[in-house]
Design a protein around this ligand. Structure first.
Ligand SMILES: [Fe+2]
Length: 330
């Protein structure tokens, strides 16, 4: 038999779609599909519609098939059925005198029609509604403000700086908003820090520092209990980890620390340094930038530090007089 056009292949094969069925099944990789006798009918229908689409040179009923079978089998198995059907047609057409390059291109177009119809089903819904996250965060921050208004103010400022750094690093709006949310909640664990430590007017002892440091893990535990904010828990837990592994609570290092936590750490440190604390006075933003640059790659993620420095047109040049300062943002 000699068929000289792609449309001719469609017309010829369309008269016997059942003969393509066994070939299409042979091209399936998903064992669950191969073992499922319920695929025969939808696969035969698809073969028929593909052949008809080839014959009339435009997609016919493919999106409808994809929407129905995508819901029935799932988008990935439905896409595999489409791929197998196209393989079967291309294989059967080997015996014809036809422009095979054009045939394969046309089949790709038809497969694309099916993929487009399946695409919305592949989108995983966000695990958390943003509005729900915001409500939960507002409630927690209101609690924190009742307990410690200074920490609440610091959290809001850290959120703002974090978002700016994230955007400067190229994170999109959604990712930047998530990182900002984590920053807003980074010190929420201080709700459980005893007054004698949280409000001590002078420097903390080693034992008191140990108590203060518990707020990072406590914040993670609190957020784990709130479904709309549970995805923030690992970042909040890790916001005092150091890039060199000398932080807490898990002594993670480098890329083992969530990127979001590394960004929060830089913004947290910057705002803490330019703010008065009970045990020390604020330092100038330029001095804070110098300290960040000196801790680049040791205390903090180098990319996050660079992004923070880049927010300022004239970042401070590293100066040795800041080198001995221990930076602790608690
Ligand atoms: Fe903290």
């Amino acid at each position: 038999m000699s068929v000289l056009t792609v449309a001719g292949v469609g017309r010829t094969l369309g008269s016997t779609p059942r003969s393509l069925l066994a070939s299409a099944v042979e091209h399936l990789h998903d064992a669950a599909l191969v073992a499922n006798p319920a695929i025969d009918v939808p696969l035969e229908v698809l073969l028929d519609r593909l052949c008809l689409s080839l014959a009339v040179a435009k997609p016919v009923g493919l999106a409808t098939w994809a929407e129905r079978e995508g819901k029935r089998f799932g988008p990935a198995p439905a896409a595999e059925l489409a791929g197998a059907a196209c393989h079967a047609i291309a294989g059967a057409a080997r015996t014809f005198e036809v422009d095979h390059g054009r045939l394969l291109a046309t089949l790709e177009i038809l497969k694309g029609e099916i993929e487009r119809a399946l695409a919305p089903m592949r989108q995983v819904p966000s695990p958390v509604a943003p509005a729900l996250s915001a409500e939960g965060a507002d409630a927690l921050l209101a609690m924190l403000a009742e307990r410690d208004s200074a920490t609440c103010s610091h959290s809001r400022a850290t959120g703002e700086w974090t978002r700016r750094v994230a955007e400067a690093m190229g994170f999109d709006a959604e990712a930047s908003a998530f990182i900002e949310l984590c920053a807003l909640l980074h010190d929420i664990g201080k709700i459980g820090t005893p007054d004698a430590v949280l409000f001590k007017p002078g420097p903390l002892t080693d034992d008191e520092w140990a108590v203060m440091r518990e707020h990072a893990a406590a914040g993670g535990r609190i957020l784990e209990q709130i479904p709309s904010l549970a995805h923030c828990a690992p970042i909040v837990r890790a916001h005092h980890e150091r890039y060199d592994g000398a932080g807490y609570p898990d002594r993670c290092a480098g890329n083992d620390i969530p990127m979001e936590a590394r960004i929060v750490a830089v913004a947290d440190a910057f705002h803490a340094m330019i703010s008065d604390r009970p045990y020390r006075r604020a330092i100038a933003p330029r001095a804070a930038l110098t300290i960040l640059s000196e801790g680049r790659g040791t205390q903090w993620d180098p990319d996050a530090v660079d992004a923070m420095l880049g927010l300022f047109k004239r970042a401070a040049k590293p100066a040795s007089r800041y080198a001995d300062q221990r930076v602790s943002t608690a």
